[in-house]
Design a protein around this ligand. Structure first.
Ligand code: GLN
Length: 199
């Protein structure tokens, strides 16, 4: 089974570890560069993106992470994790850096102004069957994507799921539901990447 790390500096790490294990991955927390090096793929959880950004720098993980993502390591970011994968943040806080990897501009707390938190059924390209139950918690949306990024889902006219190569991002939190289809999609991407294919 593929080894999938969860960036474990802040945020809902445990929920992702559980969801990845349910999707038949070997799930491990990642706090050190050596742990990142052992992972075939990485999840960046939801939480607070400025905090995650600063801790990533502090723990010496920003540059190794950028290098792995540039080299094609599969990576999946939810909510704050989506922000970390954006090449550009519309309204960054001071000192807030991203890993990048997806040619998109995100707006932080975009849904939060009206609703702190809500759930909605979301049709996600590549996930068959019922729509995914999207849990949005002070969620970002994607203002725009570049030509190489593919929009996988929208909600209320806003982009909420994007993929570019081996990088996947959702505004919402599948790890908080019992539905592991998005984690299974990601695990399949990691398996394909280990075989030298892309899914
Ligand atoms: N609003 C948070 C941020 O800007 C993200 C919220 C979340 O991850 N649930 O980082």
């Amino acid at each position: 089974a593929p080894v999938i790390g969860v960036l474990a500096l802040q945020g809902d790490v445990r929920e992702h570890l559980v969801a990845l294990a349910a999707a038949d991955a070997v799930a491990r927390p990642v706090r050190r560069p050596e742990e990142l090096a052992e992972a075939d793929g990485l999840v960046i959880p939801g939480g607070e993106s400025t905090t995650i950004s600063k801790l990533t720098v502090l723990f010496g993980l920003m540059e190794p992470l950028r290098a792995r993502v540039r080299a094609g390591m599969p990576v999946y970011g939810t909510c704050a994790g989506m922000i970390m994968l954006a090449d550009k943040i519309l309204d960054p806080r001071s000192g807030q850096e991203t890993v990048g990897g997806i040619d998109m501009i995100v707006r932080r707390n975009a849904f939060g102004r009206q609703n702190e938190s809500f759930e909605a059924a979301v049709e996600v390209k590549g996930i068959s069957g019922d729509p995914v139950e999207g849990v949005f918690i002070r969620a970002p949306w994607v203002e725009s994507v570049g030509a190489s990024a593919e929009v996988l889902a929208e909600h209320g006219g806003h982009i909420v799921a994007v993929r570019q190569g081996n990088a996947l991002a959702t505004s919402f939190h599948p790890e908080l539901t019992g539905d592991h289809r998005v984690h299974r999609l990601f695990t399949d991407m990691v398996r394909a990447s280990r075989r030298g294919e892309s899914l």
